[in-house]
Design a protein around this ligand. Structure first.
Ligand SMILES: *Cc1c(COP(=O)(O)O)cnc(C)c1O
Length: 334
């Protein structure tokens, strides 16, 4: 991990949520500051910043990758904006060149929520290694797992020293272990963001197997993609889009159905066949906490539309033996 290509430092945490909370502390964010992010994401993307009194400003997503729409960023930036938080949905990279250029012009930090993006890349760069910092997840629902776990990737070396302190309850214990100081003490804000050793040992084995995990997940993803091409041509569903410059990690396979009613019917019929399909997210801008703590910038049309029509298909290691059953079920229903 410490040698993640492109990163200065990787610090294991007990979750991606914890790593995101660390980024908000590292960025020195204060009440009243604003951070721009998609509304179509998991709650931790926003909650980590709200804990510091920051206002999440939600922008719409692109209709193709379902990632933050970079063309909406300029309109969302105010004098209070401090950072942009791109989320690499389904392990497909955001349009990082444009996002980083806009951030640089406006003197903003780029904090990647790379929770779903382990092993994926954009224009040859690993996701998580492109912004100033990034958060990865090793939660049991992700590709490389340890139950609950995550990592903070630091790509701008100026954040490394303080990150170690924040992770170690605000102490300089890491320096003490390296022999740089003869005792350790409380030097800054911090909390306990570390994973336990048993968790880390489990993760080490998963990381050793990560190339094999990626290969098998991609094979499952590709089988779905080939199988549903004909359904897409007939106009009954839309398959995921992966831009040419992105290598994805097969974190997720989803279909976009024509309407909410058809999705509800689809999920019920799949359940009758014993196949569990789920949808997400309730857009953060329409959630109770999102309305209380955040605000939107511009229209949320794509976000609202996608959240009603997206359905995820089963994708886990070991599915190989039963995948044809899932494919046949989807074909017979659609
Ligand atoms: C899973 C996920 C998280 C949270 O990860 P944890 O490790 O469970 O804290 C944050 N953001 C996104 C986009 C996620 O998918």
């Amino acid at each position: 991990m410490a040698s993640t290509p492109g990163s200065q430092k990787a610090l294991l945490t007990h979750s991606c949520t914890a790593a995101l909370e660390m980024t908000a502390l590292l960025a020195n964010l204060k009440p009243g500051d604003e951070v721009i992010m998609p509304s179509y994401t998991f709650v931790s993307t926003a909650n980590a910043f709200v804990l510091r009194g920051v206002t999440p400003v939600f922008v719409d997503i692109r209709a193709d990758t379902l990632n933050l729409d970079e063309t909406k960023l300029d309109g969302a930036i105010t004098a209070r904006t401090k950072a942009i938080v791109p989320v690499h949905y389904a392990g497909v990279g955001c349009e990082m060149d444009t996002i980083c250029a806009i951030a640089e012009r406006n003197n903003l930090l780029v904090i990647e929520d790379a929770a779903q993006a382990v092993s994926a890349s954009y224009k040859g760069k690993m996701l998580g290694s492109i912004g100033h910092m990034a958060a990865l997840s090793f939660h049991e629902t992700k590709n490389v797992i340890c139950g609950e776990g995550g990592a903070l990737l630091i790509n701008d070396a100026s954040f490394v020293e303080r990150a170690e302190i924040i992770r170690e309850k605000g102490t300089n214990r890491s320096k003490f272990f390296r022999g740089n100081v003869d005792k350790y003490t409380w030097v800054d804000l911090g909390s306990s963001f570390l994973p336990g050793e048993l968790t880390a040992a489990f993760l080490a084995a998963q990381l050793d197997a990560s190339a094999e995990i990626l290969r098998r997940r991609l094979a499952i993803w590709n089988s779905y993609h080939v199988a549903f091409e004909e359904l897409e041509l007939r106009g009954v569903c839309v398959r995921p889009t992966v831009p040419r410059e992105c290598l994805h990690n097969a974190h997720m396979y989803y279909l976009l159905l024509p309407t909410l009613a058809l999705r509800t019917e689809f999920i019920a019929k799949m359940r009758e066949k014993g196949i569990n399909c789920v949808f997400h997210y309730v857009p953060l801008h329409s959630s109770p906490a999102g309305m209380k703590f955040g605000r939107i910038s511009g229209s949320m049309d794509v976000t609202n539309d996608i959240s009603e029509r997206l359905v995820r298909l089963p994708l886990w290691l070991g599915l190989e033996d039963q995948q044809q059953r899932v494919i046949d079920a989807v074909r017979s229903i659609l």
